[in-house]
Design a protein around this ligand. Structure first.
Ligand code: ADP
Ligand code: MG
Length: 702
């Protein structure tokens, strides 16, 4: 048998189980061996029967004195047995397993593990796991692995299948980690670790085994991202010199002073642009921290050197917003700025000397191709039609790509944009999502970070309040009315679009449709109320946002679609229903939609949750305004699985879990670095190379 042997070759695995395993991505014997338990039950302390107590888990071993089947009044099958050891005897009851009398019989030595219960003053063991004592124990009398639950695949079944495999492969698994790392980091060798993670001799050993595999997975991820970075560094970009006087002139043209953080970020970007190595930089900064200016500096400097810049935003609303900002910011700097949308029929225009001129898509593309357009702004679809395809975008000299709210751009994608040319463009990616440190070191480990950790002066703190009472709701509605009377506007965020069925646990979660009806007809019949959600057509969403922005709506009820980038400086109230349904970082993003102008602003978090944990989590938002701090808290409290986007990454579970452990992440990174320094293409580490390749196929980082 080999690690690559398909599971269907194993006895006990027919087609049905094969399908079920497939759902867990388990296709081979190796996959099974690497399917790790997520916790253990410690049945290793076998108790004397005389000492077992109702309400506790017990682990006992003894002789079957008697075993037989009966039926309840309702016709259900019961199996009764008496088990005896040196200290005494106890009754055992199994439900609905009449075949047990064929498996177990009087006189046999058995090991049991289960719950002790009491009924009518009689103590009995209820539905225990059982094993005969004539073989090595798997399910009882030891520390027992519990695997993540999946339909139709019990831990019991998995133990039965995995145990003999662990035996079979006990010294045959090739070691992936270099000897020196094992020693230096004091890690269990793979064969020991594999045995101990499935069938540990102590909980401590199980922990050590888990530690080893966590390290291994982090190490592989580090190798992957660092090697990607290394490959990118072998490509060449245009060296784009810093036009200092121009940039100074631009900074002087702004109606405000740049913050120190903006200056520093801009400087880092300008340094990168001068290098022959492609820039791969992520610019992080809270909503409103002024990332656009930094991007504009980079684009202007690129244009002044006669290279083009492509700017991509996740939605056409945001792309249009960027088009407007850039047109305004660069109005005196004679740049030709193009705006290209994904929808063919939409207008396309070109801004020249403060005038917006509409031209056809074909014309615009021609101008991009012959280099007349300095800055081309659009959605991410902008590049989808590139590379010489009909209707695609061909740049004449693309020097810089700026991405908004998309963190990464593959080396290959980047190269495709400038197909046929030797140079790949520099990349600047911007995000308002605060990235916890461990993620910056792993998932984003191939990107350099610039952080704008300072808001422009004069921004007022958004007063944040947690509310879970009826009176609080009425007060909030009155408050919104008062703000609207003063000419301000409000957001109401709901976790979902439509009301749900009564019988799911979302039934009391507020929906846009319901709240819209209620607020529009009952609470604010005299005000202008609008609604917005992801099921609407883009054009409709845009129309509604425009209305809101122009002040033609007082209140907008919306799902999380307003999360990214929407700028309505006149809005002062952010009311969030079912706040416990959102992550802290996401709530922080919502809050960032208000407080964007001189008006004092407010955020009201509504929750019906009575859980202290939830309240505590939401309180963090009342106390902290620091996006990074909140993201770290999210990571600690909810685990990385709940951070937005992480589910799609396809990162192995153990690595996900380990992503909160800064110390371990740093060690894995350091070791990966030193391996790559000596052996950049992993030629001397073929097994590592293979594992990294397989991770590369599974993991999709964004
Ligand atoms: P972000 O994209 O980081 O959310 P923007 O770049 O859109 O933020 O900037 C938000 C607002 O702050 C814009 O209206 C911008 O003109 C303004 N702004 C940017 N930098 C400064 C600064 N240093 N001082 C004052 N206002 C600034
Ligand atoms: Mg922005």
């Amino acid at each position: 048998m080999k690690l690559s042997t398909p599971v269907k070759n194993l006895s006990g695995i027919g087609e049905v189980y094969q399908e079920k395993l497939k759902n867990l991505n388990i296709k081979t014997v190796g996959d099974l061996l690497y399917h790790f338990p997520h916790r253990y039950e410690d049945f290793s302390n076998v108790t004397s029967i005389s000492k077992i107590k109702p309400g506790e888990e017990c682990s006992v071993q003894g002789t079957i004195k008697q075993i037989n089947n009966t039926k309840t009044y309702q016709g259900k099958n019961l199996t009764h047995a008496i088990i005896e050891d040196d200290s005494g005897a106890v009754k055992v009851v199994w439900f609905n397993q009449p075949y047990l009398t064929n498996v177990l019989e009087s006189g046999q030595e058995v090991s049991l593990a289960g719950q002790v219960k009491i009924r009518e003053e009689e103590i009995f063991i209820s539905n225990p796991a059982y094993e005969k004592m004539d073989q090595e124990l798997t399910h009882t009398g030891r520390i027992v692995p519990v695997y993540p639950e999946t339909e139709g695949l019990s831990s019991h079944w998995l133990r039965k299948i995995i145990k003999p495999l662990v035996e079979e492969f006990k010294d045959k698994i090739p070691e992936t980690l270099p000897e020196q790392i094992l020693k230096q980091r004091d890690l269990l060798p793979v064969n020991k670790a594999l045995k101990q993670i499935h069938f540990p001799s102590s909980l401590k050993k199980a922990e050590q085994a888990k530690h080893r595999f966590s390290f291994e997975e982090l190490f592989l991820i580090e190798l992957l991202v660092l090697r990607q970075r290394q490959r990118l560094n072998q490509r060449k970009s245009y060296q784009i010199p810093f036009k200092e006087s121009r940039i100074k002139q631009f900074a002087d043209s702004l109606p405000f002073e740049l913050t120190d953080a903006q200056r520093k970020a801009a400087w880092e970007v300008l340094q990168d642009l001068q290098k022959e190595q492609p820039m791969n930089r992520l610019l992080e900064g809270d909503v409103g921290s002024g990332k656009t200016i930094v991007a504009a500096i980079a684009a202007l400097n690129t244009a002044k050197n006669n290279y083009q810049t492509a700017i991509m935003a996740p939605t056409s609303v945001l792309a249009k917003q960027h088009f407007k900002s850039f047109s305004k910011l660069l109005a005196d700097f004679k740049q030709n700025i193009g705006f290209l949308t994904g929808d063919k029929d939409k207008w396309v225009s070109r801004k020249l000397k403060r005038q917006t001129i509409e031209i056809s898509r074909e014309k615009l593309l021609e101008k991009v191709e012959d280099g007349q357009i300095d800055i081309l702004i659009g959605t991410h679809a902008l590049i989808q039609g590139s590379q010489g395809k009909p209707g695609g975008v061909d740049f004449s000299k693309l020097g810089l790509v700026i991405l908004d709210e998309q963190h990464r751009f593959g080396v290959e994608q980047r190269a495709q944009l400038t197909q046929g040319q030797e140079q790949v463009p520099h990349l600047l990616s911007m995000t308002a999502t605060p990235i916890p440190r461990t993620l910056a070191l792993t998932i984003y480990g191939d990107l350099d970070l610039s952080v704008i950790d300072e808001l422009p002066p004069g921004r007022k703190k958004v007063a944040t309040e947690l509310i879970n009472s009826k009176e609080g709701r009425q007060k909030t509605y009155q408050f919104i009315r008062k703000e609207v009377d003063q000419g301000r506007q409000a957001f109401v965020i709901c976790p979902r679009i439509e009301p749900g069925d009564e019988d799911n646990n979302w039934s009391d979660v507020k929906s846009v449709e319901e709240e819209y009806e209620k607020l529009n007809e009952e609470v604010f019949p005299d005000l202008k109320v609008g609604k917005l959600h992801g099921d609407m057509k883009n054009s409709k969403k845009e129309r509604i946002m425009k209305k809101f922005k122009k002040g033609k709506l007082d209140i907008i009820i919306s799902t999380s679609v307003v999360e990214v980038g929407v700028d309505v400086p006149n809005a002062t109230v952010m009311m969030i229903e079912g706040a416990e349904r959102f992550g802290l970082a996401q709530l922080h993003q919502f809050r960032g939609r208000v407080g964007r102008a001189e008006h004092k602003s407010y955020c009201f978090l509504f929750t019906t949750s009575e859980s202290d944990k939830t309240k505590k989590r939401l309180k963090a938002l009342v106390e902290s305004e620091d996006g990074f701090d909140l993201a770290e808290r999210d990571l600690k409290l909810r685990g990385p699985g709940d951070l937005s986007g992480t589910r799609q990454w396809g990162i192995p579970d153990l690595a996900m879990g380990a992503l909160t452990n800064v110390d371990l992440v740093k060690k894995a990174r350091k070791d990966a670095q030193s391996v790559l320094e000596q052996d950049p293409e992993l030629k001397d580490h073929p097994r590592l190379e293979k594992r990294v390749e397989s991770i590369d196929r599974k993991v999709h980082l964004e």
